[in-house]
Design a protein around this ligand. Structure first.
Ligand code: GP9
Ligand code: MN
Length: 422
């Protein structure tokens, strides 16, 4: 009941990180485009194939682009809900469930999600995705998040040559999305969910002339080809946005949704990284996913602070000039001067610049050595446990229905329906 909310509210107030005045409102009123980059891990950035070719030349150019913030120590925090868990983290700044997908199990809850918050500021919201709307129960969950439109596979030309495994290939996906994007009333808040770089990363031969890896592991070797294809699609999308006149007034947030290469492929990954074996610490470090925030006219740069997907929402809202202090969320603005500088994993482990906890063991982040003095780990571990517990409480008990953030206009999921093209 509402007494449960009070405790969480107090924790939240005590842990709220005030926005950095240097960045607050720097993207005020701009359109917002999120891009979920399927299975994209940070080790791909600036990675070169044996013949010297870059896997992601376009993303690499963004790392050095002066209007882009690139966060190189950002970690995914997803569980079994994969892509949908990443969406949940990004838009609610709450943690996904320890078991199962929150999109599937808790779509009837009340949420104070990003599309709903921005609706109150006059934004129109839409999701673009080349798979069918019931996947991950998106057609139900998006109503609770307050999405106005959901352009799913029904809106796209799903001919055989355009489709591979889970759905539409990224190049036709972005290409066909442009007219629909242009049709939206501005300012808009939109999300594009890519698909081509999905396990097992197999491609049609006509879609790639990029070299496969040479580890001898099919999944890992193909990963480079699929990621390269996605990178090309992203570059084309940026060009099309420029052509459509949408680039200059749009903030673009791109993030890797979760790992692509699981621990089942450690042997091949050791070859890729040039290490003897993938230790638990290396494995934790591999959970980095890239985060780019591109804002025309705003100076960015490479960001070294540690954070997780949960931290993206307050970062973005503060850039848009919307203070998050009244929202029940667990993120810490990555650009705040008080940013907390650690990220938890859904299993209770965590990473920070000083220490890493893996399977309950405390390691030195720099050397990878197991630590005997675990005091530093204990301090962070306490916050980690509190947050996971409180977030679970919100999700399991549907607590947001007892709480109204100041200035937030609640949405009614029944007002939304995704009927498909006319
Ligand atoms: C499917 C896409 C991929 O619609 O989101 O899902 P994943 O398996 O990565 O969660
Ligand atoms: Mn995914």
């Amino acid at each position: 009941d509402s007494s449960d909310v009070t405790e969480i509210e107090n924790y939240r107030k005590a842990n709220y990180d005030a926005p950095n005045p240097e960045y607050f409102g720097k993207a005020k009123g701009m359109n917002v485009i999120y891009i979920s980059m399927e299975s994209t891990q940070s080790f791909l950035i600036d990675y070169k194939m044996p013949d010297g070719q870059e896997v992601t030349p376009f993303l690499n150019s963004l790392v050095r682009d002066k209007n882009t913030f690139y966060f190189e120590n950002l970690f995914h925090q997803t569980g079994q809900g994969k892509t949908s868990d990443a969406e949940f983290l990004m838009e609610n700044s709450l943690y996904p469930m320890a078991q199962g997908a929150v999109f599937v199990n808790k779509a009837q809850n009340t949420y104070h999600a990003l599309p709903a918050i921005l609706k109150g500021q006059g934004y129109t919201s839409a999701v673009f995705h080349g798979n069918y709307k019931t996947f991950w129960n998106r057609n139900v969950m998006y109503k609770a998040l307050g999405y106005d439109y959901f352009f799913d596979a029904e809106y796209y030309n799903m001919t055989d040559e355009h489709v591979k495994n889970y759905g539409l290939k990224d190049i036709p996906f972005f290409e066909e999305s442009i007219p629909m994007l242009k049709s939206l009333k501005q300012p808009f808040y939109t999300k594009f969910i890519t698909l081509s770089n999905h396990f097992p990363f197999e491609m049609d031969p006509e879609d790639t002339d990029f070299p496969a890896g040479d580890t001898g592991n099919k999944v890992v070797d193909q990963y480079f080809q699929a990621a390269h294809y996605m990178d090309q699609a992203l570059q084309q999308f940026f060009n099309d946005l420029k052509e459509a006149g949408l680039y200059e007034n749009t903030m673009i947030v791109m993030y890797g949704d979760h790992y692509g290469i699981s621990e089942n492929h450690n042997e091949a990954m050791a070859k890729v990284l040039g290490v003897e074996e993938i230790t638990p610490v290396i494995s934790a470090n591999l959970q980095r996913v890239p985060l780019f925030i591109h804002i025309p006219g705003v100076e960015g740069g490479v960001q070294k602070q540690f954070g997780g997907q949960v931290d993206v929402r307050p970062t973005v809202l503060h850039l848009l000039g919307i203070d998050t202090k009244d929202y029940l969320e667990f993120g810490s603005d990555l650009l705040s001067k008080n940013h907390r500088n650690w990220a938890l994993f859904r299993n209770g482990d965590f990473v920070s610049p000083e220490v890493i906890q893996v399977k309950g063991n405390c390691y030195d982040s720099q050397t990878g050595d197991l630590l005997e003095d675990t005091t530093v780990c204990k301090n962070i571990a306490e916050s980690v446990n509190t947050e996971l517990q409180m977030s679970d409480e919100i999700v399991y008990k549907d607590l947001l229905r007892f709480y109204k953030p100041a200035g937030f206009t609640p949405i009614n999921p029944n007002d939304y329906e995704y009927l498909g093209p006319k």
